[in-house]
Design a protein around this ligand. Sequence first.
Ligand SMILES: [Zn+2]
Length: 314
Amino acid sequence: MRKPNLIARLLLLSSIVWCSAVLSQRPIIDMHMHAFGFDEYGKPAPANEITGVIPSFTSDEEARLGMLKEMERVGIVRAIISGPLEHVTQWRASAPLSLIGGAYTGPRDPLPTADALKKLIKEGEISLLGELGLQYLGLSPEASEMDPYWRIAVEFDIPVALHTGLGDAGTPYGCCPKFRARLGNPLLVEDVLVRYPKLRMYLMHGGYPFLQETKAILTIYPQVYVDVAVINWAIPRAEFHSYLRALIDAGFADRIMFGSDQMVWPDAFVLAIQGIETADFLTEKQKRAIYYDNAARFLRLTTEQINSDHTSVR
Ligand SMILES: [Zn+2]
C-alpha cells in the first residue's frame, strides 16, 4: 500500500510544482469564484470529488485567507467573487483592488431587491450581477421578474454573469426542487439580449453541455462571452477538451474566459488551470487569451490595471 501512496503524492507534488512554474509568468483573471463560508456545504466540508481532499478550514477567516493565498500562488491576480453579501464584503476588505463583488443568487440565496441592489452598486460593494443561479430557482432568464435587474445592469453598465448549463446529479431531488436541466439552455437568454442590447453578459460554465445552442448565441450576439468554470475540472477531461475545442474551432477563442468555480475547495484552482494547460490543441496565444486577455477586454480594464496585473506575477 505504501508505495502507490508515495508515488501518488510525488505525482501530485510534481504537478503542483509544474503548475506554479508554468504560471509564474502569466497573470490569470478568475471570472468565476465564490466567497462562501467554510461551512457552505456542511461541517466539515465534503471532499473535493476529484481529489478526495477535505478542506481543512475551520472558520470563515481561515477559508478566506487560505483561498487568497492559493490564488496568489497560482497567479490569479483578479477575480469575480460572488456569494452571500457578508462574505463578499469580507473578502473585498482583504484584497479590495483585485476582487470584483458580484450579486449572487443560488440555491439558498435570493437576489437582493432591486432597490437594495442599486444601493450596493452605488456604494461600490457590488459591481457585477451574478452569479445568477436562476436555474436553481426554477427561473428562466426570460421571466418577467428579472426585468428590473436587467435594467439595473444596463443603467449602471455592470456585467452580468449567468449560470448556464449544468448542475449536480440529482439536483431537483435535493436542494432545488424547481431546478430543471432545460432552464440551463443558453438559448433562453436570446430575448433578453434582444430587449437589452447593451447588456454585457457572459455565460458561466460555457453553456455546457448545450454546445450547439452556445455556438448559436455566440454567433448571433458578438457581445456575449463564456467562462469555462467547473467544466475545466469536474467533468471528464476528454469531454471538457472536446467541448473547448469545438468552441475554439468555431472561432470563439477571443471570447472564452478562465474561471474556477472553486466553491469551498482550494485545490480546485490547480485542477482548473491543468484543464487549460493540458489542452494541447491550444496555442500559447489562445491560452493567454483564456487566462487573461479576453476577460481584460470584457471587463474593460484600463492599461494601468493590465500593466499592474502583469507586474504582479513577474
Ligand atoms: Zn454556476
